[in-house]
Design a protein around this ligand. Structure first.
Ligand code: SAH
Length: 188
């Protein structure tokens, strides 16, 4: 992929170029802590990070990575579904919210995000996002993931009022086998 090794790395570059540093960030799908770590760097000592996952394993792996980097004090790791994120964060409070859907790489493919809870979490996330804040979604499809979640999310995003949100959907135009689709939503 040339200078950019992975789609997540590309998303991180976009986030870092657009987001305010030292703020409040949410990683809605902790997984192995990739986004959590990037958000902690963006937060620095002035900022704060919340990260969600429903698997103990994700919290364990992420906690370990943050400790290695001396950043575990910056993030609160929450064992709960992201569809409940409104229990942990207030309206108009977050600068960035990241979603990386699908299953934990190397983990159980059956424990994955799903259409209904993902749509609910995005809806709640948009309320939690500050005006001027952004949401990043990396959407997967095909294989064990199927297409229902992707279709549901894209359908929801298409209907967001243009006065309130700018929705940018990116695609690998010339790649086969259902590549991931990175999406950015900017709240006006
Ligand atoms: N597909 C990505 C990684 C996604 S990890 C890649 O290949 O890089 C997605 C994480 O979301 C998993 O760790 C899974 O446990 C978690 N998850 C599933 N349902 C969730 C929910 N309702 N709330 C929060 N996290 C969830």
């Amino acid at each position: 992929m040339g200078e950019i090794e992975s789609i997540t790395e590309w998303c991180h570059e976009v986030i870092k170029s657009q987001a305010q540093a030292g703020g409040f960030y949410i990683d809605a799908t902790m997984g192995k802590g990739n986004d959590t770590l990037m958000l902690c760097r963006l937060a620095g000592n002035a900022g704060r990070v919340l990260a969600f996952d429903i698997q103990e394993e994700a919290l364990r792996i992420t906690e370990e990575r943050l400790k290695e980097q001396g950043m575990s004090h910056l993030a609160e790791l929450i064992l709960d579904g992201h569809e409940h994120m409104d229990r942990y964060a207030g309206a108009e409070s977050a600068d960035v919210i990241c979603f990386n859907f699908g299953y934990l790489p190397g983990g159980d493919h059956d424990i994955a995000t799903s259409a209904a809870t993902s749509a609910e979490a995005i809806k709640k996330g948009l309320k939690i996002l500050k005006s001027g804040g952004m949401m990043n979604l990396c959407i997967y499809s095909g294989g064990d993931t199927g297409f229902e979640e992707k279709e549901r999310i894209l359908e929801f995003l298409r209907k967001l009022p243009a006065r309130e949100y700018t929705v940018i959907v990116n695609e690998y135009y010339n790649r086969e086998n259902h590549p991931p689709m990175p999406v950015f939503v900017f709240k006006h």
